[in-house]
Design a protein around this ligand. Structure first.
Ligand SMILES: Nc1ncnc2c1ncn2[C@@H]1O[C@H](COP(=O)(O)OP(=O)(O)OP(=O)(O)O)[C@@H](O)[C@H]1O
Ligand SMILES: [Mg+2]
Length: 347
């Protein structure tokens, strides 16, 4: 594990700063925050106008003096000060109460696998600015594996795929550690982007930023599976004339557009399996792949992986919460380390 379980047990708050959503777990209270990682700032005065759900609704609809920003991009904090203000806004009174009770607040945070020291530093600085005296960083892959109930500490292999908004991380874990892993910069955002690009090129239609989500949801009724309606009506703006226009889009073609970025994910799985020792790959034939993260909900993604790998694939329960709840379990002390005591056996 990245840090010892003992250190984690002393932490009070667990934070998962994601590219799409921020989630906070407080020891004794459970999950207290699950909101989009978005802030709206007044550029004239520098004051904060909104955070979370409300700020996300403002995206693309603001007058000039309001800036809607995402302090977390690609899974790392890119604007420490803004991230602190966002967390302060989201936590509000809950943070103040926690600090009053525990002046020596300790925090734990997830970091993407293989994140560079600068990115890790940004996460630590964010939490220190909020009043944390010590910050423990845990690999998202391990936190998520604990959160979805995989036997992380056992000497059997388990394979996890964390499908986030900005990245997809794949790993084979055994004995509490990562054996092989891969991080691919393709996630839910890349899928949104593929849909937008398709509509722009094929139908010369620009989608309002807020429409991507409903469109995705409409398509998600069918997802990658060739069922459901064959065409969906979409409203947008004509690229050339700038006028409002609606087109009938073939869902099969959109499905094809979504497939293109997903090939990178399939390549990543292949690479992890190739790098993995044969004994562990044999274990995986039974255990298969567990998918977590919001983007794991894309209908048909599990079937696509099943076809590509011929291994069992399952989606975790409440996949988007696995990472933060896994951290929470470690904070609460529910995770027992594997105690290896060869002397006791010899007696
Ligand atoms: N039902 C759904 N079908 C398909 N995609 C979905 C669904 N629900 C959420 N998503 C996608 O999942 C992504 C959010 O997942 P998640 O909350 O795990 O991301 P995150 O943790 O913020 O990102 P990251 O871990 O990359 O920093 C978004 O891109 C969203 O479009
Ligand atoms: Mg995440």
């Amino acid at each position: 594990m990245t840090v010892s379980l003992d250190q984690l047990r002393r932490c009070h708050v667990a934070v998962d700063l994601g590219a799409a959503r921020t989630r906070v777990f407080i020891k004794g209270s459970g999950l207290v925050v699950d909101e989009p990682s978005v802030v709206a700032v007044n550029t004239r005065t520098g004051s904060l106008i909104a955070v979370g759900e409300f700020a996300e609704k403002m995206t693309g609809r603001t007058p000039e003096y309001i800036r809607v920003a995402r302090p977390v991009t690609g899974g790392t904090v890119v604007d420490v000060e803004l991230a602190q203000r966002m967390l302060r806004g989201l936590l509000g009174e809950k943070l103040r109460r926690q600090l009053r009770r525990k002046p020596l607040l300790r925090a734990a945070a997830c970091t993407p696998h293989d994140s560079d020291p600068l990115a890790q530093r940004a996460t630590v600085e964010t939490m220190v600015g909020l009043g944390a005296r010590r910050v423990e960083l845990v690999d998202t892959l391990i936190a998520a594996a604990v959160g979805c109930g995989l036997p992380v500490e056992q000497p059997t292999a388990s394979m996890i795929m964390v499908c986030g908004a900005a990245t997809t991380q794949i790993a084979v874990l055994s004995l509490g550690s990562i054996v092989t892993a891969e991080r691919i910069p393709v996630g839910g955002n890349a899928i949104d982007h593929a849909v937008i690009q398709y509509l722009r090129h094929q139908h010369e239609l620009m989608l309002p930023s807020q429409a991507v989500r409903p469109l995705q949801l409409a398509l998600h009724g069918t997802g990658l599976e060739p069922t459901g309606p064959t065409a969906t009506e979409i409203h947008g703006r004509d690229v050339a004339t700038g006028l409002a226009r609606s087109v009938l889009v073939d869902t099969a073609a959109i499905r094809q557009a979504i497939h293109t970025p997903l090939t990178a994910v399939l390549d990543g799985i292949g690479k992890v399996l190739r790098d993995c020792p044969p004994d562990l790959v044999a274990d995986l034939a039974d255990g298969g792949i567990t998918m977590v993260g919001g983007f794991a909900r894309l209908p048909g993604l599990d079937q696509l992986l099943r076809n590509a790998t011929t291994m069992p694939v399952r989606i975790a329960e409440r996949p988007e919460y696995c990472a933060v709840l896994g951290l929470g379990e470690m904070l609460e002390g529910h995770v027992q380390p594997l105690t290896l005591n060869p002397l006791a056996e010899a007696e």
